[in-house]
Design a protein around this ligand. Structure first.
Ligand code: ATP
Length: 284
């Protein structure tokens, strides 16, 4: 039997860091939602006790470092599954881009293997397993829109933001999330974005207010080392984006627009100096 799962990319509409915790993690407050840019996973049961990963993307690990491999291994061990699985990853989300591609693959593997191996694991338990693989995985298990607290694993689902276009541009650099959090001095953040304002704007479906409330405290840290992130953000706003911000720890920058007439202008303007540009919708 073969099954398929989509693994959509995630953007943060807001990312705040409240403090660094004694356990080394940062206490965060994030508003996250999914976009219609997704990897596709094909999963096939194998009679042998083995996990095989393949992908057309030559630049991701295909061994136990791959998050989909780790998801399969975890579920196999916890539920004593004897058969194996072959997972093909059709990668479309740019890697190390701040779009949680690996986390979403892991979440899709958890959902898919739950079906493939007929385990009937409840969603909450899949999310608990996901938390062992990475802070963004529990959110990716369900998707939708949510406020995430703690180290990102405490989720409060909320209704979706007003629909709009999302234009993404990724400069040709890889940024590691660990590196950016490592460089962040949480105690010296000068301006924190307001989660309350963001939630109010989303609840009232006020697109303009939502753009105003966007904020990411990691942006300054990434920009200090990768100034091209600022250039892209400024370019997006100049070209007419209603709001623009770096996603996660970067380096991808996304811009939001409601008017379709603006999309082509922004997309084409960015393509002038950036190869990886996408124009997609929010996932409803
Ligand atoms: P994060 O914010 O969690 O670091 P990201 O969106 O910035 O995520 P990913 O695309 O998830 O970045 O890749 C981060 C790292 O994880 C890469 O260096 C890559 O080698 C590794 N990785 C492991 N599994 C995967 C996967 N299935 N897809 C992409 N990258 C993966």
């Amino acid at each position: 039997m073969k099954i398929y799962e989509k693994a959509p990319a995630k953007i943060n509409l807001l990312l705040d860091v409240l403090r660094k915790r004694d356990d080394g993690y940062h206490e965060v407050e994030m508003v996250m939602t999914m976009i219609d840019l997704a990897d596709r996973l094909e999963m096939q049961e194998l009679p042998r006790d083995t996990i095989i990963i393949s992908s057309q993307a030559g630049y991701i690990p295909l061994d136990e470092k791959n998050l989909a491999f780790q998801a399969a291994k975890l579920i196999k061990e916890r539920y004593d599954v004897r058969s194996g699985v072959y997972i093909h990853l059709d990668k479309r989300i740019p890697v190390a881009a701040g779009l949680a591609g690996g986390s979403s693959d892991a979440a899709a593997a958890l959902r898919g293997l739950n079906r493939l191996w007929r385990l009937n694991i409840p969603t909450g338990e899949l999310q608990r397993l996901g938390a062992e693989l990475g802070s963004d995985v529990p959110f990716c298990v369900t998707g939708g829109t949510a406020v995430a607290r703690g180290r990102g694993e405490k989720l409060e689902p909320i209704e979706g933001p007003p629909q709009c276009w999302v234009i993404l541009a990724k400069p040709p650099i890889h940024v590691s999330t660990q590196e950016i959090y490592g460089r962040l001095n949480a105690a010296s953040i000068e301006r924190h974005p307001s989660t309350a304002d963001m939630l109010h704007a989303i609840r009232e479906k006020r697109f303009g207010d939502m753009c105003q409330a966007m904020g990411n405290v990691l942006e300054d840290v990434t920009i200090r080392h990768y100034p091209e992130v600022r250039q892209i953000k400024e370019c997006m706003l100049r070209l007419g984006a209603d709001g623009a911000m770096m996603s996660g720890s970067g380096p991808t920058v996304f811009g939001l627009v409601q008017k379709q007439s603006k999309v082509a202008r922004i997309y084409n303007g960015l393509r002038g100096f950036c190869k990886d540009v996408y124009a997609v919708r929010l996932l409803p």
